[in-house]
Design a protein around this ligand. Structure first.
Ligand code: GAP
Length: 517
């Protein structure tokens, strides 16, 4: 899926500012990609709104995935299931009992932490433990712990050799250590032992608000595919192996939503359950899907250098999982999970068969036996892809104008497949009807198929910069040559190289048809 053109669309590290995250958040707000939810009331932690450019970018990510995953394949069908499902779904799936994170409270500051994101180390001088230090998970956790250990040694005026810190997460602390490890908020040992916190949002359905009316906002879209498995099989001519895909909102009461839209409480997932025969080579199928997902990320412009694979260690796998591999992305705040591809065996269908009393089996013509299909599940968050394309595409460059002045340009190198605006139509002068009429005619024609913008405000250089920041791959200028010279050509300016060429309308449409798919 990745073309040579797309793999050029990445920013070099030199073109990225030191604090890329800050720059991205600021651009996202300034240009209307992402806003804090309920901002006029001070915001609402873990929730975000997408502005006019943001919704277009998000929709393009979704559409590309849907086209490639569902429409362009013969073995995957799509569905859309409800966000609030029967509460028994979440009992059967194991979410009511087990969809938990370990929560730690600071008794004094009232801050809450995820125990597996709160790190600590004993401070060891000449082989003796002289205290404890703590730090929150970040790229620099070990350095912060080391600095805290040195500071503690200095403060207590202890002589001797300080051993290097050994970072452990809070779930690994003994009861005695829990009572000695300082809270990151107060610096004193004010932390509670970790306890399980269920991340599902609860609500009540109907007029009664008692235990019988409790329901949940779905924490994943996947269960919709399992619960509707038989409906899809009975109403479509699907044959194994085949997949059921869905895009939709999911909700998790994350203890520590963070890193902008990376971990939020309301987010969107694109998941696909690929059903295979119980005797099929699941490992081969798993590997094929991992590679499919990787290629797809390249096809929307993510640089290969930022992608890596992480295989979950066998001893840490969920009991039903045969193998899980995450595609990791190098975000500005560290390498983090972007896309999880899990081999889930027959766990989910079996659970729902047992809980509902409705068998979830298929008939094998060859062996004349019924069996429960197994599943490979690629599951990704739209918002995480959104942040990845912003992070990889953001650049600040020094450019020299025609007069030799050096100025800074901010550019978002988004793939034409997902860029919110594909082409900006710029009449050279706003008040020359001969130019604006031609520009409007082209704009109207392009608008039928593509997201285009008409921009006649300000100097042409300023207009180019505006479009660079919005990630628009091409600007088309209608100038006097368009009108006066034969051929009806326009100036096509390419965002990344800033090169200008002359093209006809036919050539422009051909370029778009090739690059926007
Ligand atoms: N059905 C399997 C499942 O939901 P997951 O690893 O919990 O697996 C899949 O979630 C993907 O959803 C993740 O790889 C990530 O891209 C996205 N995701 C999960 N939690 C998220 C959150 N709090 N905010 C944004 N995206 C999230």
């Amino acid at each position: 899926m990745a073309s040579g053109y797309l793999s050029r669309l990445m920013s070099t590290p030199e073109a990225q500012p030191e604090n890329t995250m800050e720059a991205i958040v600021s651009l996202a707000k300034r240009r209307g990609f992402v806003f804090q939810s309920s901002e006029i009331y001070g915001g609402f932690n873990g929730f975000f709104d997408y502005g006019p450019l943001g919704v277009e970018l998000k929709k393009n990510i979704r559409d590309c995935w849907w086209n490639d995953m569902v429409r362009r394949r013969d073995d995957v069908v799509g569905i859309e299931t409800s966000i609030i499902m029967h509460p028994k779904v979440w009992e059967a799936s194991g979410h009511v009992a087990g969809f938990t994170d370990p929560l730690v409270d600071c008794k004094v500051s009232k801050n809450r932490y995820r125990a597996d994101q709160l790190f600590w180390s004993p401070v060891v001088v000449d082989g003796n433990v002289v205290g404890y230090v703590s730090a929150l998970e970040s790229e620099k956790t070990t350095e912060e712990l080391q600095a805290a250990a040195e500071s503690l040694k200095r403060k207590k005026a202890i002589q001797g050799t300080l051993a290097p810190v050994v970072a452990k997460d809070f779930t690994e602390a003994s009861a005695e250590q829990v009572s000695l490890i300082p809270s990151p908020a107060t610096g004193n040992p004010d932390l509670t032992p970790p306890r399980s916190f269920n991340m599902m949002f609860q609500t009540n359905v109907g007029a009664m608000t008692d235990a019988s009316s409790v329901a949940y906002l779905r924490p994943e879209t996947a269960q919709g595919m399992f619960v509707d498995f038989k409906n899809v099989v009975d109403t479509n001519r699907v044959k194994l192996p085949f997949g059921i895909a869905q895009i939709g909102k999911s909700f998790r009461n994350e203890i520590t939503p963070r890193n902008f839209i990376f971990r939020s409480r309301e987010f969107e997932q694109m998941e696909m359950e690929y059903f295979i025969h119980e005797d099929a080579d699941w490992d081969k199928c798993h590997k094929e899907w991992i590679e499919w997902c990787r290629q797809w990320l390249l096809s929307i412009g993510l640089p290969e250098s930022h992608l890596s694979l992480y295989a979950h260690p066998k001893e840490k796998l969920a009991f039903y999982s045969r193998g899980t591999v995450d595609i990791m992305f190098k975000y500005p705040f560290g390498v983090q999970e972007l896309w999880g591809i899990a081999a889930r065996g027959s766990y989910d269908l079996t659970q729902h068969a047992n809980a509902s009393g409705k068998p979830q089996e298929l008939f094998d013509e060859a062996s004349k036996k019924k069996f429960v299909p197994h599943v490979i599940e690629p599951a990704v968050g739209v918002d995480r892809i959104f942040l990845a394309v912003l992070a990889a595409g953001y650049a600040e460059e020094d450019v020299t104008d025609e007069k030799g002045n050096v100025e800074k340009r901010t550019v978002l190198r988004l793939s034409p497949r997902i860029a919110p605006v594909k082409v900006a139509i710029l009449p050279l002068l706003k008040n020359k009807e001969i130019l604006t009429n031609r520009a409007k005619a082209l704009y109207t024609k392009l608008k039928r198929n593509y997201a285009v913008q008409y921009d006649d405000g300000g100097a042409i250089g300023k207009r180019y910069r505006r479009q660079d920041e919005a990630g628009t791959p091409w600007c088309v200028t209608i100038d006097f040559d368009t009108i006066e010279k034969p051929g009806d050509t326009f100036t096509l300016r390419e965002r990344d190289s800033m090169k200008q060429t002359r093209v006809t309308e036919t050539e422009l449409f051909a370029l778009l048809a090739e690059q926007v798919y």
